[in-house]
Design a protein around this ligand. Structure first.
Ligand SMILES: O=c1[nH]c(=O)c2[nH]c(=O)[nH]c2[nH]1
Length: 281
């Protein structure tokens, strides 16, 4: 039986990079984590230990820091495209480059309406993400959000589901809806105002979540995706992951205290996990 190498890739993960952009009157601060991954003609490295086609992952890491000085000035998508083109054009042995970037959320401090020139506060776990993939067919950009913790206190219900001998869940016509949303959408072009697109799509996702009269997480997930596709021709498809961060009504009746949908116990695990991709027909 012949044995051979299957699909493979190599690169450097978690290249943590921070940058101060120094203007005369204020500073900007950016923090990103970059993964570089290369696919290509690396069979002999695996089968013979022949490293003659290997661009070391250490060099990949150094390249990210070196190019950040001049080319990480705008969106993570533009920086990702620049990195991808660099590795692709300089390495004929590489058939596909994948650059993944996650940007942390630093917000400028603001005192009585005055933005501080050089101090920032962490805006929570939320991250703006992008994946830039380049091969002989072209360059593909998929951007998104992860670790976006969102919650609404009403306009969410869950009723009329299957009931069998193991059902204990009570129907809820007014429940808390909380999720740590992850969304990623594929752009149809590599030449867009990515910062503007991201800000607008993020806002539309939040507004749809907030305004939707939810009959289940599945319905809200679809509505959020549908709204993005309806409003942004630049988006080919969108995938969402929406874990259900349960807040369960606490039984105060056992103490003779009425619970009018006010006191809950937040549970981490187990959690419902709802995922879906919304596409154009
Ligand atoms: O929105 C929901 N979808 C489900 O599929 C589900 N299952 C469950 O127990 N609670 C919920 N909520």
């Amino acid at each position: 039986m012949a044995i051979k190498l299957g699909k493979n890739a190599y690169g450097k993960n978690a290249i943590n990079l921070s940058k101060i952009i120094r203007h005369d009157d204020c500073h900007e601060f950016r923090q990103i984590s970059v993964n570089v991954s290369l696919e290509g003609d690396f069979e002999t490295a695996h089968t013979f230990g022949d490293n003659s086609r290997i661009l070391p992952t250490d060099t990949q890491k150094n390249t990210v820091y070196a190019l950040a000085k001049e080319y990480f000035t705008g969106s993570i998508e533009e920086f990702g495209i620049h990195l991808s083109k660099h590795f692709f054009s300089k390495n004929p042995q590489v058939s596909e480059v994948k650059i993944e970037i996650a940007e942390f959320c630093w917000k400028r401090m603001n005192f009585e309406g005055n933005p501080h020139t050089h101090s920032f506060v962490n805006g929570g776990n939320e991250k703006h993400t992008t994946i830039v993939q380049q091969n002989a067919d072209g360059i593909y950009i998929t951007s998104g959000i992860k670790d976006l913790l969102i919650l609404k206190t009403t306009d969410s219900s869950f009723t009329n589901y299957i009931k069998d001998e193991y059902t204990t869940l009570k129907e809820a016509d007014d429940r808390i809806f909380a999720t740590e949303c992850e969304a990623s959408w594929e752009y149809s072009s590599d030449n867009l105002n990515f910062t503007e697109q991201y800000d607008q799509i993020r806002n539309l996702l939040l507004k749809t979540f907030a305004d939707h009269k939810s009959l289940c997480v599945q319905q809200t997930l679809f509505e959020m995706g549908e709204k993005v596709l309806e409003n942004y021709e630049t988006v080919k498809e969108i995938s969402l992951k929406m874990p259900n961060k349960h807040h369960i009504l606490f039984n105060l009746e056992q103490f003779g205290i009425p619970n009018r949908n006010e006191i809950f116990i937040a549970t981490d695990e187990p959690y419902g996990y709802i995922t879906g991709t919304v596409i154009r027909d």
